[in-house]
Design a protein around this ligand. Structure first.
Ligand code: SF4
Ligand code: SF4
Length: 422
């Protein structure tokens, strides 16, 4: 176990407290152990043997209470990494494996893209058969006392889910207009599972920007869910499969419409640095990865498009805090729509992987605050570039209001392109 980085984080911390003001859990509970500074010191104390082994579960619980939103890392003047340290702690204390059998089973599922596609088809049938409507109107899961399952079900969107892009979409799209280059589109698991219409919009926009698009069907999960759950072995296995696939592709960019995937793919190079075989290949992949808004901001948009609705944007934590991608989607929306900036748009929405399932009441308190900001923005449409946030914000609109339409940024751009001159 490599505890050195945990100790280094604590040594760099000067206890200034800047990070506590932006930490969602600290702002809810006002306890040091629910904030970045307290967490970093606790991890380091454990790493140095200052916490008795009997308290290991408490240290691990503190690491899982963190949303890994990394808002603290954006404001920290000394480069301390409380969010990433939470992940390192999970890996270290679990020996690089999932914490229990249920988690192991859930993570195993993401090793097989075909299972993701199968789950997508089951979801399509579940909705179209009327079963979803029936379950929701009867509140059957609640009545049976299956609260967790009922909450998980409530996260599914009401609008009909389309069959997965990997199953039904094209393998290649030729560029429109003058050819500018070649892009590989990275199929994210949850995007493919629930938001294939958004990914379809993404690839159409890339094509319209003058790029040939290739969509490798052999793409597998980026490994983000695995590293979030301390499963280092699973992460590395998946990362190597993607690296082997994408390093060999002759493309200018690897574009994804999932902020968590983009952050993870960009991290491959750092993770495998020093490995004589995987290091150079990982660098070849990471250096070409762009989140959709980053790509579009560089590629440019046609002048004559307009999305006619007041639109605000939620910055996914894995975009703004993990990658520093913040101005790009704002520039795109300013150009395309009646953009309404939102207060606290870089604050976490409470989704955070499976945080909304494991810490539901905390997550809902964070979400309610977020929806109040959405209401204050006066927007009719809310965009974001991450599937977990799309699910969470859609639930927020249904549960707390306002009843905004929640869309991926690429859907707004694609709709604007289809409308033409506004
Ligand atoms: S902002 Fe950085 S240095 Fe200041 S208390 Fe937080 S982690 Fe420590
Ligand atoms: S990553 Fe987010 S939740 Fe975790 S300590 Fe930092 S600000 Fe708080």
């Amino acid at each position: 176990m490599d505890f050195d980085r945990l100790v280094a984080d604590a040594e760099m911390c000067v206890r200034c407290g800047l990070c506590t003001s932006v930490c969602p859990t600290y702002n809810l509970f006002h306890e040091e152990i629910q904030g970045p500074r307290g967490r970093v010191l606790l991890y380091a104390d454990y790493a140095q043997g200052l916490v008795p082994e009997t308290e290991k579960a408490l240290v691990l619980a503190a690491a899982y209470d963190c949303l890994d939103c990394r808002a603290c890392q954006t404001v920290c003047p000394n480069g301390v990494r409380p969010g990433e340290a939470a992940l390192d702690t999970r890996v270290a204390l679990q020996g690089g494996r999932p914490k229990d059998r249920l988690t192991a089973l859930a993570l195993w599922f993401f090793h097989f893209p075909l299972l993701v596609d199968l789950a997508n088809l089951l979801l399509v049938v579940y909705q179209r058969s009327g079963l979803q409507r029936l379950l929701r109107s009867s509140r059957l899961l609640d009545r049976l006392g299956l609260k967790k399952l009922a909450f998980a079900e409530s996260l599914l969107p009401e609008r009909p889910v389309r069959p997965a892009l990997r199953l039904t979409g094209p393998r290649r799209l030729e560029p429109e207009g003058e050819a500018k280059g070649r892009v590989a589109f990275f199929l994210g698991c949850v995007m493919n599972l629930v938001f294939s219409e958004a990914s379809e919009a993404t690839v159409r926009v890339i094509q319209s920007a003058g790029y040939q698009v290739v969509i490798p069907r052999e793409t597998t999960c980026c490994g983000a869910p695995h590293i979030e759950e301390g499963d280092l072995e699973g992460f590395e296995r998946l990362a190597k499969r993607n690296i082997a696939l994408y390093a060999g592709l002759e493309v200018d960019h690897i574009v994804t419409d999932c902020a968590a995937c983009a952050a993870e793919l960009k991290k491959y190079a750092r993770h495998f640095r020093g490995d004589p075989y995987w290091g150079p290949l990982a660098e070849k992949v990471s250096s070409r990865v762009l989140l959709f808004s980053e790509f579009l901001d560089r590629a440019g948009l046609p002048r004559s498009i307009r999305f006619p609705f007041a639109t605000t944007h939620q910055h996914a934590c894995h975009a703004c805090h993990a990658q520093g991608v913040k101005e790009e989607p704002e520039r795109v929306l300013t150009f395309v729509a009646d953009y309404r900036p939102m207060e606290g748009s870089t604050d976490c929405c409470g989704s955070a992987g499976v945080y909304n399932l494991t810490h539901t009441s905390t997550s809902m308190a964070i979400l309610e605050k977020k929806m109040a900001s959405v209401r204050a923005s006066g927007a009719e449409v809310l965009t974001v570039e991450n599937p977990g946030c799309l699910l969470q914000l859609d639930l927020g609109a249904r549960r707390f209001g306002p009843r905004v339409e929640v869309k991926h940024l690429s859907q707004v751009v694609w709709e604007a392109m289809q409308r033409g001159e506004g």
